[in-house]
Design a protein around this ligand. Structure first.
Ligand SMILES: *Cc1c(COP(=O)(O)O)cnc(C)c1O
Length: 408
């Protein structure tokens, strides 16, 4: 295989034109859009306008005139369109962690006789941490079980099962339709974490009959650092679900300033406090770009990039101790690829020093994300050639890479 093979694949790429919509630094191959998506060019101008005009000139009138107050639902409708949901089922607010807390507590409120939450081990830590906190507060029980044992662990005390569709480390993908049906057959609710799904894989929340979902704005949706997250509640649950964070934005009429809380019966019931408008503005630029691309094409190209990366690392970097972690079968994976290596941190740092940005996950995982809107197959080829140089020269062993930075 040579670089021309990659160039041939790129010649048939229907998403190639999206690369120009991103402000990527020259000389960088960015393989970390699964952690922080890059800057869409349109976001700079839109944030500047929101700051100078809407905030600077419009002042408080912008809550009405610039549509600020509608932003959580307006952006929610855009995420719904990417996720196979109805526009009234999704709202943008808070962080994924906070939305998980609200929805898992909401699930307990929807299944009052049931007091157990089931989650897989090996999930992204915040998911377990948040549910530990919730269960402590609610007097509920958290069962953390091996992924293979999840369905067997669901019984008539289970209120909700929380799974991340695509695992953050291994990229292993759950079959959403099958798992959702199996959980619901036991009377429990299914809550999906879509952090590594939305913007990366085609997703049909209504098609699989999902009850609840949360997801991230700053990864594949390119919403910027700390972008607000989203929450999905299936329409059939909207009038009954209760958020434990009963802030004024979740009130049926926030500006009636009533003495006591009266929950909104629509998706706004999942809001708590004032929306972060500057963050919402940047995220909306990312969403508008995403909406121009076909989710099926995004998934297909992403998997093609992953397949090429795995093939090239295993052939051109063979014998250097890099071991694929996670599924080889494309239908069973998401859009990042992890290789274990005893000096995984050094490998990632040596690559970053050469302009190939990936990240490291404990204990030994070098992780690379293949976001389809700005990466080409030729980028994959070039990145693997740089990786080959890092492995052959043992650049990863340099003393400067021995200690971990605060963010890995
Ligand atoms: C990235 C990620 C999160 C992030 O949560 P924040 O509250 O935004 O920090 C949560 N869950 C999973 C599975 C993730 O991958």
């Amino acid at each position: 295989m040579d670089r021309r093979h990659a160039e041939t694949l790129d010649a048939a790429d229907t998403l190639a034109s999206f690369r120009d919509a991103f402000d990527l630094p020259p000389g960088v191959i960015y393989l970390d859009g699964n952690s922080l998506g890059p800057l869409p060019r349109a976001a700079s101008a839109r944030v500047e306008r929101a700051v100078r005009e809407e905030w600077g000139q419009g002042l408080i009138t912008s809550w009405n005139a610039a549509g600020w107050i509608e932003a959580p639902q307006r952006l929610g409708a855009k995420i719904a369109a990417l996720s196979g949901a109805k526009s009234r089922e999704v709202v943008v607010a808070d962080s994924t962690s906070v939305n998980l807390f609200k929805l898992a507590a909401g699930a307990l409120s929807l299944r009052p006789g049931r007091r157990t939450i089931v989650i897989e081990s090996g999930n992204f830590p915040t998911d377990v941490y948040v549910l530990e906190g919730l269960c402590g507060l609610a007097g509920a029980t958290l069962k953390v079980v091996d992924p293979d044992a999840v369905l067997d662990a669901v019984d008539d005390d289970t209120a909700v099962v929380v799974l991340t569709h695509v695992n953050y480390k291994t990229a292993r993908r759950w079959d959403m339709a099958t798992v959702t049906a199996a959980v619901q057959a036991k009377g429990a609710l299914m809550l999906w974490d879509l952090c590594h799904t939305t913007g990366a894989l085609a997703c049909d929340l209504n098609g699989v009959g999902a009850d609840l979902a949360v997801g991230c704005g700053y990864k594949y949706l390119n919403g910027g650092p700390g972008a607000p997250a989203f929450a999905f509640v299936a329409e059939r649950h909207l009038s009954a679900i209760r958020s434990p964070l009963s802030g004024w934005m979740g009130h049926a009429q926030p500006f009636a300033f009533e003495e006591r809380y009266r929950p909104s019966a629509d998706i706004r019931g999942m809001l708590c406090g004032t929306p972060p408008i500057l963050g919402m503005t940047a995220l909306e630029a990312g969403l508008d770009l995403q909406l121009e691309a076909d989710p099926q094409a995004i998934e297909a190209k992403g998997l093609s990039l992953c397949r090429l990366f795995i093939d090239l690392v295993e052939s051109r970097c063979a014998g250097h101790g890099l071991t694929l972690t996670g599924p080889r079968e494309m239908r069973q994976r998401g859009l990042h690829v992890s290789f274990a290596h005893p000096k995984g941190y050094g490998v990632v740092q040596a690559l970053i020093a050469r302009g190939v940005i990936g990240d490291f996950r404990e204990p030994d995982i070098a992780r690379f994300g293949f976001s389809p809107l700005y990466l080409s197959h030729a980028d994959v080829w070039d990145a693997v050639e740089i990786l080959r140089d890092v492995m052959e020269t043992r650049a990863y062993a340099a003393a400067e890479f021995a200690t971990r930075a605060a963010v890995t």
